[in-house]
Design a protein around this ligand. Sequence first.
Ligand SMILES: *Cc1c(COP(=O)(O)O)cnc(C)c1O
Length: 389
Amino acid sequence: MSSLAKIYNRRKISFKKGKGSYLYSSNGKKYLDFVQGIAVNSLGHANPYLIDAIKKQSKKVWHVSNAFLIPEGEKLAKKLTEKTFADYVFFQNSGAEATEAAIKVARRYFYSIGKPNKYRIICIKNSFHGRTIAAISASGSKKMTEGFGPKAPGFDHFEFGNHKQMKKLINKNTAAIMVETIMGEGGIKIIPNWCIKELRKICNKKGILLILDEVQCGVGRSGKFFAFEDAKIKPDIVPIAKGIGGGFPIGAVLMSKKVAKGMTPGTHGSTFGGNPLAMSVGNAVLDQILNKGFLPKVRKLSNYFHSELNKIQKQFPSIIKEVRGVGYLIGLQLLFDQTKFIQQLLDNKLLTIRAAENVIRILPPLNVKKSEIDIALSIIKKVCYNYKI
Ligand SMILES: *Cc1c(COP(=O)(O)O)cnc(C)c1O
């Protein structure tokens, strides 16, 4: 009998080691891991470069308080700001903390310019921003908020794609619009570039902030460092997490100089956030992902993956409704519940994970090999062939 709280319905499978795209189960089976901790292990399992970084740092210093200078964190923040829209970064340990901080930064900005009544955040109904009280309130999903007492006030919701409804929600109390550039848990739903552009315009016009939650789709997963890059706009605040730590828990909120003004000493904090051990891993992850040629290769190979998946979709239109996503944030939307299909992929040694709307999420490491993609494709095809609807 497990003593772990029953918050998860766990698969009865555990792993004794991993290497690159593969996981080895305790009972001696080898699985192609296209879950990678849910878009977390961006460079695969047991990456030698990351092992080296954590080993080296672990012998020097693991943790010091943010009351002192942390050069490894300075370095990572510098890299992130040089490569992106952001002027400042603050580190946390998870996605929920990063989105929570994003909300705080937005509200605090308006407070600091003498507009404390501008605190409401407009979000997409049933989006995902994490599991803290504020984050579940931001999502507005009944499944996540039910039974947890009063929701955090100050969140308004519109249905995905309902622009009219969204515009109607903006009023004098609105501080920001916060959306996932690509909805991950929600079923790999992309907000198109023209929409992101439009959001930016609306925010400018109304004097409110744009928060793009890139916790799942950011840090190279889309083939660009940020999924919003092709929209050619600058958001005000971007929380990231999952991929940046390559498996080590790191969250970060990136912000422009303008909005950072409100975040003065004492207004926010984190005991663990940005400690030297985490930061040395984050630096190593970014070294790889920002390497010239790394992201172009992600784009090239992932395009191949998508086009092959689309061929399979055309071959099995009574099973697969649609191939969704971009880069290595891929969704196979089935025409029916995906549970059995995911189990059959697993029986054939391919690990995938569900998302909303009957979607099977496929999340290979960003350095996946073409030969591994081909193996996944043949397993998916095989399961389609043998699938009894
Ligand atoms: C996973 C996720 C979060 C929450 O991250 P945790 O590390 O689980 O707290 C927030 N936003 C998005 C878009 C996510 O995918």
